[in-house]
Write a protein that binds this ligand. Structure first.
Ligand code: 5GP
Length: 179
C-alpha cells in the first residue's frame, strides 16, 4: 500500500509522518531529494539535500517515482524499493500526489488541513522561515487546498497532534483490513 500524506506548508505533516512510522512498524517513510537549502532547525537526514544538476541527472535516468518544482526548488521521491513488504508513506505536495495517484491509482491520499490560516502562519513562523517565504507558502496553500481536498481519500484537520495521529493510524488500519 502507498499512503500519501499531503497538505499545505506548516500544517505539521513532517511531525505527523515521523510519529506514524514510529508507532506502526509496518510503515516506512521515503526520504525525498530536494534542491532547497537545509533549514538550521533541520537534521541532515530530513532530505537528501542535493544540487539542481544532480537532481536533473536523476530525472533523466528515470530515478523518481514523482518529482515537482515547488517555490523555486526541486523535490522528488526516489523510485521505491519494490522488495519492501511494508506500506510506503510519502510526505509530498499536491502536484506530486496527483502524479503518484496516476501511476498507482490504489494509493491512499490523506490531506491534512490546518485548523485556521492564523495557526498555519504561526507554525510556519515558528520553524524560522523568513517573512517572504512564509507569505509565499501561505499563498501556495490557497492554491493547493482545493485541489488536495478534491483528490483526497481522507481529509484530516490537524488541531491536536495526538488526535490527528490516532485518526490517521485508524484510517490506515481500516484500509489494511479492507484489502
Ligand atoms: P519543505 O520545503 O517545507 O520541506 O517542503 C515543501 C513542500 O514540498 C511540502 O509540501 C512537502 O510536503 C513537499 N515535498 C517534500 N518532499 C517532496 C517530494 O519528494 N515530492 C513532492 N512532490 N513534494 C515534496
Amino acid at each position: 500500500m502507498i499512503i500519501v500524506v499531503s497538505g499545505p506548508g506548516g500544517v505539521g505533516k513532517g511531525t505527523i509522518v515521523d510519529a506514524l512510522v514510529k508507532r506502526d512498524p509496518q510503515l516506512w517513510l521515503s526520504r525525498s531529494w530536494t534542491t532547497r537549502e537545509q533549514r538550521p532547525s533541520e537534521t541532515d537526514d530530513a532530505y537528501v539535500f542535493t544540487t539542481a544538476d544532480a537532481f536533473e541527472e536523476r530525472i533523466s535516468c528515470g530515478g523518481f517515482l514523482e518529482w515537482t518544482e515547488f517555490l523555486g526548488n526541486y523535490y522528488g521521491t526516489p523510485t521505491p524499493d519494490v522488495g519492501d513488504e511494508r506500506d510506503l508513506v510519502l510526505e509530498i505536495e499536491v502536484d506530486g500526489a496527483q502524479q503518484v495517484k496516476r501511476v498507482a491509482p490504489e494509493t491512499m491520499l490523506i490531506f491534512v488541513m490546518p485548523p485556521s490560516r492564523e495557526e498555519q502562519e504561526r507554525r510556519l513562523r515558528g520553524r524560522g522561515d523568513v517573512d517572504h517565504k512564509v507569505l509565499a507558502r501561505l499563498k501556495k496553500a490557497e492554491e493547493e487546498e482545493p485541489i488536495g481536498r478534491q483528490l483526497a481519500d481522507h481529509v484530516v484537520v490537524n488541531d491536536d497532534l495526538e488526535t490527528t495521529i490516532d485518526e490517521m493510524l485508524s484510517i490506515i488500519g481500516a484500509a489494511r483490513a479492507a484489502e
